[in-house]
Design a protein around this ligand. Structure first.
Ligand code: PLP
Length: 407
């Protein structure tokens, strides 16, 4: 008799965005004349620039003739794209070899997939609040205990609080796999080099692995802040970096990303290069490579013109962030993030719970945001707004908040 993976039963509650959709639908049904404005989800909205459309079109055209047609490509990704990414790092003074780069179809699938090369007994550590994928995928994989009082047993939670600027110190206890996200979703905080060095030192001492999610690296404008974990000496020995074209190039629907497994990375009972080989084995067995059309688009993203055009769009989103942040501060709210990350993290007024503030914001201003508690117990009392959106919609939402929110 077939049985199910009962770890799914351990998952707490419904997916955050399903609950938001439910409450928003209810509000819209009860208030048919209201226009609901969404500043909740981190989805890109602006069209792709011309150089990238050209790249994607080239990918399509190549399929139209015998001379340029390609079928299955390398599971590791198009060699030209891997080289272009090695150059992308080189331009930042970081050495990453082509062999260390694996092209993916986005960061979200990689985050659970990468677990397959690690033992099921590894203890994971996560920031709290956190992008829910790290936690839920490990629950499904059976790496955690049951959910009680808002937390899973066997997970090490690293609190991100106002006091530590939403960047935690390494845990006091041992952890084998440590997920770090910087710039952070949901808090918008960015770890400094010093803060990341503490994690690299911890990982080397404990023989742990850092899984560094750099999906928002291109939103950093402060030149002193690290955009890659490999800016920290020693990180090649202990860190895997997962990155994506989604937010840096508007590829949320196109789907493309990359993962770096350094040859230097060693874990228990492995030699240099072995973890990289394990991942290669995993990929060649379970992945047939990212779409060739999309990889051609990825090459265009990394071209000089592509980078210039992508930066313009990122600046546009960050201008949205500025508009939102300024307006909220003017209302007297305490607001974080939004400077080197597209998320604005609000302390709810009058000690309201995150969901209470969600309902208040929706009812009074018709704006939908994301309750911080949906990202973990440490997010309670906070609320996330996203800077992704068309300017006119952002401005309308901000005006409504300024006019109608009763604080
Ligand atoms: N990592 C973080 C922290 C994210 O916030 C997101 C998406 O919102 C992703 C990864 C997903 O990236 P991708 O679109 O490449 O799957």
């Amino acid at each position: 008799m077939a049985t199910i993976n009962t770890n799914f039963h351990k998952l707490a509650g419904s997916y955050l965005f399903a609950e938001i959709a439910k409450r928003t639908k209810q509000f819209a049904e009860n208030n048919p004349s209201a226009t609901v404005m969404r500043l909740g989800i981190g989805n890109t909205t602006e069209p792709l620039p011309s150089s990238i459309i050209k790249g994607l079109s080239l990918g399509v055209q190549k399929l139209a003739s015998v001379a340029t047609y390609s079928g299955y490509g390398d599971e590791q990704g198009d060699a030209r794209l891997r080289l272009a990414l090695a150059d992308f790092y080189k331009n930042r003074g970081i050495t990453v070899l082509e062999q260390e780069i694996f092209i993916s179809d986005g960061a979200k699938p990689e985050l659970p997939n990468i677990q397959q090369i690690f033992g099921s007994n590894n203890v994971i550590a996560v920031q709290d609040p956190v992008y829910p994928v790290y936690v839920d995928s490990n629950v499904i994989a059976g790496r955690t205990g049951v959910y009680t009082n808002g937390r899973y047993k066997k997970i090490v939670y690293m609190p991100c609080t106002q006091k530590n600027g939403f960047v935690p110190m390494p845990p006091k206890e041992h952890a084998d796999l440590i997920y770090l996200c910087s710039p952070n979703n949901p808090t918008g905080a960015v770890a400094t080099k010093k803060q990341l060095k503490a994690f690299v030192d911890f990982a080397i001492k404990h023989k742990s692995v850092l899984i560094f999610d750099a999906a928002y690296s291109e939103f950093i404008s402060d030149k002193t802040l690290p955009r890659s974990i490999y800016e920290i000496p020693g990180a090649q020995k202990c860190a895997i970096e997962i990155n994506s074209f989604s937010k840096m190039a508007g590829f949320t629907g196109v789907r493309l990303g990359w993962t770096v497994i350094p040859l230097e990375l060693v874990i228990e009972k492995t030699e240099k290069g072995e973890v990289n080989k394990l991942w290669n084995r995993r990929q060649t067995t379970m992945f047939n490579g990212a779409s060739n059309i999309v990889q051609e688009g990825g090459l265009a993203v990394l071209s000089k013109e592509g980078q210039r055009e992508c930066k313009k769009i990122i600046t546009y989103y960050m201008e949205n962030a500025k508009i939102i942040k300024k307006a909220l501060e003017k209302l007297g709210l305490t607001v974080f993030g939004g400077e080197n990350a597209p998320y604005i993290w609000i302390k709810t007024p009058k000690n309201m719970s995150s969901w209470e503030f969600f309902d208040k914001l929706l009812n009074e201003t018709h704006v939908v945001g994301t309750p911080g508690s949906g990202f973990g117990p440490g997010g309670e009392g906070y609320f996330r707004l996203s800077a992704f959106g068309h300017r006119e919609n952002i401005e309308k939402a901000v005006q409504s908040i300024q006019k109608n929110l009763k604080i």
